[in-house]
Design a protein around this ligand. Structure first.
Ligand code: PRX
Length: 693
């Protein structure tokens, strides 16, 4: 972690400290700084406070069972149902209040408000429908859906009957859907026929059907939500065998009441596939008691959500941010959660600000990549709207540069709203490192200290804490309730990926086990952590996590390509972008057609989000004597940075050659053919949009 980019140095140098406004602190859910000491002294019992935010069917006997690390269990002996916690228990006091405000992309159509009562009714009806189709407790139901209200309904319906869901981001490809259904042996799928992007209906069912043809076991039933109405006619998909219309399923179970199934605290609530070091996505397993307590507690203490709030998270539910902070956390607290289908620039670049104004949003939780785009578009868009309802702003998904932070603070928060820069991951279930906004100062560019009761540290290669200001590796030294429990059906990989690096894996003493999130970080003298980015083969494009190996394998699938290396290079808006180096086979000349084939192959294997920003053909890759590709050099080339010492390379001459090729390529439009718009969506916010997270 010794090498750093000039951008990062600038980011660190610019850090300033800001106190949250008193008006915020006075009303904050958490305003007593003693909470940090209290949680430390009472750990792990402090987490009863999180569990207390939920209704338990059976009280738990033990807060933490750490007898078999790293297979920790939380709230053991307890049982509960997530759907009952997000719906039923709010009915008497808040049944008429809005649970979900859904806003479709086309401006001229009716938006939908679901009160808690209405949401409860439809969740029950759909749960009854799923049961009738044969879904049983512990069957994995896959959802491949855009931002339509039927997605959270389907998730909660599954939770109600104890069937874990596995949501696949709608922007992922057909292949990605098939891989995930195969990995989970999932026999049920819920999809939508399409969705809208910048006014255009997009064909989603076609992609889903293509995915289904790659599933290697029988698919018992597919439920299709009719999002496009007559616009679907253009795509010509009817329902085939075992495909059911969502509205008909719900209507067929009108008024049904499904008793929420009592789930053990440790029973799986859902699976979420995410990218890792190898090509195969990892099935992150989250549980009912720990995960739900974690998302409820962090929503309350970090996002400062109160039941009367209207809260807006612009993520897509297809990623963990949407699971935790559009669906489970906010609904567990009984608040109103806004869901927006489209892009922030349709029909104009003020769409988000219009939503904030129209709905009186109290919190906005978005990604740095979106903020950088807003900055670029200019202040006239937010300035045109009354944003005074906002009380708190949040960011997630990638580091935020202080300039973007300041812009957000000034132009969206009117210098009144605190900003929480929240570091966490799919695996952590919810937030881990960030300020508690009513108790801590903010330092732009730094996420903040670990949350109370969370033990994040920055260590060197041997696991020793680094000094203030030094770079090292982020670790989490103690378990926490929201943590993943394992990788689905792969305990071995779970240990290898997250624990082996810093743990004594022969020990059964939990103190010898340390979680490694694979991020680099720095810590300052106040314990504020600045996350520097991934240290594994994962890149972060607009806050979307992508595995370089998955992209490389799609590139070498193209005939004529012998080898490939993919790295993340700096990008003004996206933070990082995909830069691909491809070596052609002997006799195969680099060409525009080969370039297009590579782009298509990546799109087909993963989705448009993974399409390379640039593709450089080169005769070889820079390799060490042991044959390892020097990715750092490739990153330097992509960023146009000065290169360090190349003398230890087996083939030092190649570097200059690649650099020349790259410089020509980077700048000369003639080499890069005009990019074809993708048939699903194509642009900066691609895919789903606001869901830049
Ligand atoms: O590298 C970190 C970055 O996003 C990664 C996790 O990605 P994912 O599992 O897709 O979850 C994204 C939403 C939680 C992390 O390993 N990351 C996330 N939040 C931040 C961040 N990097 C810097 N600052 C953050 N606030």
């Amino acid at each position: 972690m010794s090498e750093e980019s000039p951008e990062l140095e600038a980011r660190l140098a610019e850090q300033d400290e800001l106190e949250p406004a008193e008006s915020f602190a006075e009303q904050a859910n958490v305003s007593d700084p003693e909470i940090y000491d209290e949680f430390e002294n009472e750990w792990p019992d402090c987490w009863r406070q999180a569990a207390d935010l939920l209704d338990w069917e059976t009280d738990y006997e033990q807060v933490l069972d750490d007898s078999n690390p790293p297979f920790y269990e939380w709230f053991t002996g307890g049982s509960l149902n997530a759907s009952a916690n997000c719906l039923d228990r709010h009915l008497s006091a808040r049944g008429d209040e809005a649970a979900i405000e859904w806003i479709g992309e086309p401006v001229d159509e009716d938006n939908r408000t679901y009160s808690y009562e209405e949401l409860h009714r439809e969740v029950n009806e759909f749960a009854a429908g799923l049961r009738e189709m044969g879904v049983e407790e512990d069957d994995v139901v896959t959802m491949y859906m855009p931002m339509v209200p039927e997605l959270p309904i389907a998730m909660l319906a599954c939770a109600r009957i104890g069937a874990p869901h596995s949501v696949v981001f709608a922007g992922f490809s057909a292949d990605a859907l098939a891989t995930r259904m195969n990995a989970a042996d999932s026999e049920y799928l819920v999809v939508a026929d399409g969705y809208y992007r910048r006014g255009e209906p997009l064909d989603h069912l076609g992609k889903a059907n293509e995915g289904l043809s790659g599933v290697n076991h029988e698919v018992a039933a597919t439920v299709v939500v009719d999002r496009l109405g007559p616009n679907n006619d253009d795509f010509g998909h009817g329902l085939t065998d075992n495909q059911y219309d969502y509205d008909a399923v719900v209507a067929g179970h009108s008024g049904a009441v499904v008793e929420p199934v009592d789930r053990d605290a440790e029973d799986m609530l859902f699976l979420m596939y995410t990218s890792g070091t190898t090509g195969q996505p990892k099935g992150v397993k989250h549980t009912t008691g720990g995960y739900l307590s974690w998302t409820a507690w962090t929503s309350q203490s970090v996002l400062d959500i109160k039941p009367d709030d209207t809260y807006f998270c612009s993520a897509d539910i297809g990623w963990i941010t949407g699971h935790s902070y559009i669906v489970y956390g906010p609904l567990a607290l009984g608040t109103t959660s806004i869901m927006y289908e489209g892009t922030p620039d349709h029909p104009e670049r003020d769409r988000l600000w219009e939503i904030v104004e129209d709905y009186g949003a109290n919190q906005l939780y978005t990604a740095p990549t979106a903020i950088r785009a807003f900055m670029k578009w200019g202040t006239e868009y937010p300035d045109d709207h009354d944003l005074s309802s906002l009380r708190l702003l949040g960011t997630v998904g990638e580091p935020i540069n202080p300039r973007a932070w300041q812009w957000y603070h000034q132009h969206i928060g009117d210098e009144e709203c605190p900003i929480v820069d929240t570091w966490w991951q799919t695996e952590t279930g919810g937030m881990m490192v960030t300020t508690l906004p009513g108790t801590k100062n903010m330092k732009p560019g730094s996420a903040g200290p670990s949350l109370p009761g969370v033990d994040a540290m920055v260590v060197d290669e041997s696991g020793e804490p680094v000094g203030a200001g030094e770079a090292g590796y982020l670790t989490v030294e103690k378990p926490w309730p929201g943590m993943l429990r394992t990788l689905y059906r792969n305990d071995e990989r779970f240990i290898e990926e997250y624990w082996e690096e810093y743990s004594d894996t022969d020990s059964d003493d939990p103190d010898d086990w340390v979680y490694f999130p694979e991020d680099g970080a720095k810590v300052d003298e106040d314990g504020y952590i600045t996350v520097l980015g991934r240290v594994d083969d994962v890149i972060n494009v607009s806050g979307h996590r992508l595995g370089t190996m998955e992209i490389e394998s799609a590139i070498v699938d193209v005939e004529g390509v012998a080898e490939s290396a993919v790295v993340g290079g700096n990008h003004e808006i996206k933070g990082e972008a995909v830069y691909a180096y491809a070596i052609t086979e002997d006799g195969q000349e680099p060409s525009d057609s080969l370039r297009s084939q590579i782009e298509s192959s990546v799109q087909d294997a993963i989705g448009p989000i993974a399409r390379p920003e640039r593709i450089v053909f080169s005769p070889d890759l820079p390799k060490t004597r042991s044959g390892k590709i020097m990715r750092r050099l490739l990153e330097n080339i992509a960023d146009g940075d000065k290169l360090g010492d190349t003398s230890t390379l087996r083939n030092p001459d190649i570097v200059q050659e690649i650099q020349q090729e790259a410089t020509g390529d980077w700048s000369a439009e003639r080499v890069s053919p005009p990019r074809q718009p993708h048939r699903y969506c194509d642009n900066l916010f691609c895919p789903p949009a606001v869901s830049i997270i």
